[in-house]
Design a protein around this ligand. Structure first.
Ligand code: NAD
Ligand code: WQD
Length: 342
């Protein structure tokens, strides 16, 4: 007997597809909507193959209020997980309105329809980007947010505020914002994973594409930071662990265990890893040598950010579990699957 139904906007994407799998494994029914602007319908097939469930999928743009309304009329879900957004930081600087429209207008549509239809629970994909370059480490949920340095980052801060304000104003509406650190890796089946379009901006897809021979050489952006080996420190969170954090947050909402109408949780491992450590870890985990060189710093990069995860550990009963080595093996297995190299 399924627990209840969860609507997953952006569920054909990287984190959404993994979350669909874990929700179904935990006994929820899932409905996926996505406009496939940054994903393929094959991801939904992957979810179906892994779970053995014919998960409903609707090609819907969350900016399209009428189309979204039809989804609310058709399916009886009590919770939505809103992943649907654009996420390229650099592009957001060049095309801010594209980001404000897609990431905020669509989110307001979701919030308004949740209120109108009396559906109680909204889970929002936020980001460690809200902390900017923090003054103290690790960051807790109380660590002050820094002024956003990109329109993308700004959309995360603004959407958090929109959710906070809606949950304060509208009786019965509950919201959780999960602030993800750096999601990496893929499902152990290698049937779903991250699918960047064009040249990857993020470290792990660049590493796997270099290993696959699509890119000649990985550029490490700066080794002159004030860190143990001079490269930046991040908190790399396995995508399956991250997906399970969503299940824990949905459980908290549906079981009415929330202490406030709006809550925030950091979702990371709590362990800082340098760029060089990650590269060497990838080589070790997969028994290969990566072509890389040190180049200058990338504009806008923060030196170090990692999570204090105590709140998520205690309140959600969730903890990152998958060893980094296994995560890095899964990233490579997925890349090989995508390139037909298996
Ligand atoms: P993704 O691009 O793989 O997934 C997002 C999905 O949303 C895509 O399938 C895309 O087609 C869809 N989408 C975008 N706009 C839409 C719209 N208007 N209507 C319907 N579907 C739409 O990205 P992801 O890495 O899975 O990220 C999911 C969420 O998590 C995003 O909100 C992102 O900002 C956030 N996030 C991601 C990271 C990261 O590093 N991957 C870190 C922190 C937060
Ligand atoms: C990680 C480290 C780079 C590529 C971004 C967004 C953030 C969030 C997660 C959504 C940094 C270094 C990278 C490369 C490198 N997304 N690097 N060579 O910048 O921490 O965060 O994704 O919310 O908002 O900004 O992640 O993977 O791009 O970089 O040396 O080719 O790897 O300098 O130190 P980042 P990343």
């Amino acid at each position: 007997m399924a627990k209840e139904t969860v609507l997953i906007s952006g569920g054909a994407g990287y984190i959404g597809s993994h979350t669909a799998v874990e929700l179904i494994a935990a006994g929820y029914d899932a409905v996926i909507i996505d406009n496939l602007s940054n994903s393929e319908a094959a991801a939904v097939e992957g979810v179906r193959r892994i779970t053995g469930v014919d998960v409903p999928f609707e090609r819907v743009d969350t900016c399209d209020e009428a189309a979204l309304r039809r989804v609310f009329e058709k399916y009886d879900f009590g919770s939505v997980i809103h992943f649907a957004a654009y996420k390229a930081v650099g592009e957001s600087v060049a095309e801010p309105l594209k980001y404000y429209r897609n990431n905020l207008a669509s989110f307001m549509n979701v919030c308004a329809l949740m209120k109108e239809f009396g559906r109680p629970n909204i889970l929002f994909s936020s980001s460690a980007t809200v902390y900017g370059e923090p003054d103290t480490l690790p960051v807790t949920e109380q660590t002050p947010r820094k002024p956003a340095t990109s329109p993308y980052g700004n959309t995360k801060q603004m959407a958090e505020d929109i959710l906070h304000d809606c949950c304060a104003a509208y009786e019965g509406l509950h919201g959780i914002a999960l602030r993800y650190f750096n999601p990496i890796g893929a499902h152990p089946s290698a049937l779903i994973g991250e699918l960047p379009r064009g040249v990857p901006q993020n470290l792990v897809p660049y590493i796997t594409q270099t290993a696959a021979g699509l890119r000649e050489c990985l550029s490490i952006f700066g080794d002159d930071y004030d860190t143990p080996d001079g490269t930046c420190l991040r908190d790399y969170i396995d995508v399956v662990d991250l997906a399970k954090a969503h299940v824990a947050a949905v459980d908290r909402m549906t079981q009415r265990r929330m202490k406030e109408a709006y809550e925030i949780f950091n979702i990371g491992t709590g362990t800082p890893v340098s760029v060089l450590e990650l590269v060497k870890g990838f080589e070790r985990a997969n028994g290969l040598t990566l072509n890389y060189k040190i180049v200058g710093r990338r504009a806008g990069d923060v030196k170090a950010v990692w999570a204090d995860t105590q709140r998520a550990n205690k309140e959600l009963g969730w903890k990152a579990e998958r060893p980094l080595e296994e995560t890095l093996r899964s990233a490579w297995a997925w890349e090989k699957h995508v390139r037909g190299m298996n």
